[in-house]
Design a protein around this ligand. Structure first.
Ligand code: NCD
Ligand code: ZN
Ligand code: ZN
Ligand code: ZN
Length: 351
């Protein structure tokens, strides 16, 4: 690792699982606030999910949203398209523009779930084999996803893998040569079922927090099976989380992901080289994200602090990690030769 005046120089991080809530959920997050939160968290490139209101499922939806994202975002933002049974025929055309397709196999926030083996198989055949098909799959759906990868000789990426058996199935599939990749979230690496109890609705997301034995299994695969770490930044307002009969699942993560992994690196749970592979190199490779010239971040690996309660850039304004002791502070973010963040302040961002 390059060290300069006590600061570690790392590539800009790439977060390939982010919810920016445009259109329809701008009170939770928008391109500007979400991309500012990304930069504050050392992330210079992100991919946003299509489970918006309405969802992004046609070429027209995707082009409109991508244009708006390009105009309003402070970092690089690439948008997923969403798989929906209503627009199966349009998938080949959509695939000429959208970098990846997201397929929801299980129930979560939003209305983009696809049901039935026939539909799943059609989508796995219609979306180009070499392009990423990213799955929200839990439990048996992971097995189904692996079957699709095998049967159609195609690439499949598993989002937010959280259970011991799931990571072991994926390890076995990789050993058989299937073209599969997977990501885990910081909340599934650092929080378990007892944290879920303590946090109440603020610790509720899909997949739900798991047993300590699941966390241990994920950590056991951190240098092998796990290809990348992504935040699954899923902002909902405090009011929505705390004052509702049926709080929406999801937690924010853009500003906590890198600090948590830097902490794990400081503790020797993974190397700084592995951190860079998981958060910068591999996610860019999986999704074919463009290189960002003259882009880097500077981190003080020794600085210890408590993850803040307030003064976050995400519009939702809270974090399940508030109060966590962390080690490793982002001192500077440079994007295409310009200072984007200095000592926690995002340049160009007016609240
Ligand atoms: C996500 C959201 O709020 O959009 N929620 C979540 O609990 N993870 C949806 C998702 O990623 O499944
Ligand atoms: Zn999901
Ligand atoms: Zn998500
Ligand atoms: Zn310390």
């Amino acid at each position: 690792m390059k060290i300069n005046n006590g600061l570690m120089v790392l590539p800009g991080m790439a977060d390939v699982h982010v919810h920016l809530r445009v259109p329809g959920g701008e009170h939770k997050e928008d391109y500007r606030t979400g991309s500012a939160a990304a930069l504050a968290g050392g992330i210079t490139s992100l991919m946003a999910m299509p489970n918006t209101t309405p969802p992004i499922i046609t070429l027209e939806d995707w082009q409109t949203a991508q244009k708006k994202a390009n105009e309003e975002s402070l970092c690089d933002v690439a948008l997923f398209a969403g798989a929906s049974v209503t627009f199966l025929e349009s998938l080949p055309e959509l695939s000429r523009y959208a970098p990846a397709l997201k397929l929801y196999m299980d129930l979560t926030y939003g209305e983009l779930r696809v049901d039935g083996l026939d539909n799943l198989a059609r989508i796995a055949q219609l979306w180009p084999r070499e392009k990423v098909l990213a799955l929200h799959a839990e439990g048996d759906s992971v097995k189904t996803g692996l079957d699709l990868a095998k049967k159609y000789h195609r690439r499949v990426h598993f989002c937010h893998i959280s259970r011991k058996e799931e990571i072991e199935w994926i390890a076995a599939a990789k050993n058989q040569g299937l073209l599969v990749t997977c990501e885990v979230t910081p909340h599934h690496l650092f929080l378990n079922e007892s944290d879920a109890k303590r946090l109440g609705p603020l610790g509720d997301m899909r997949p739900r927090l798991a047993k300590q034995s699941d966390l241990d299994a994920l950590w056991a695969h951190i240098n092998t099976t796990i290809d990348c770490v992504a935040s699954d930044h899923a902002p909902h307002t405090l009011a929505e989380k705390q004052n509702s009969e049926n709080p929406p699942p999801g937690v924010p993560g853009l500003e906590s992901t890198l600090p948590l992994l830097l902490t794990a690196a400081a503790e020797g749970r993974l190397s700084y080289e592995r951190l860079v592979a998981l958060l910068a190199v591999n996610p860019r490779r999986i999704y074919g994200l463009p290189e960002q010239p003259e882009t880097w971040i500077e981190v003080d690996p020794k600085a210890c602090y408590v993850f803040p309660e307030h003064s976050l850039y995400t519009k939702c304004g809270w974090s399940p990690f508030s109060g966590f002791p962390v080690q490793g502070r982002i001192r500077k973010v440079v994007l295409r030769g310009k200072d984007a963040v200095k000592d926690g302040v995002v340049h160009e961002f007016v609240r």
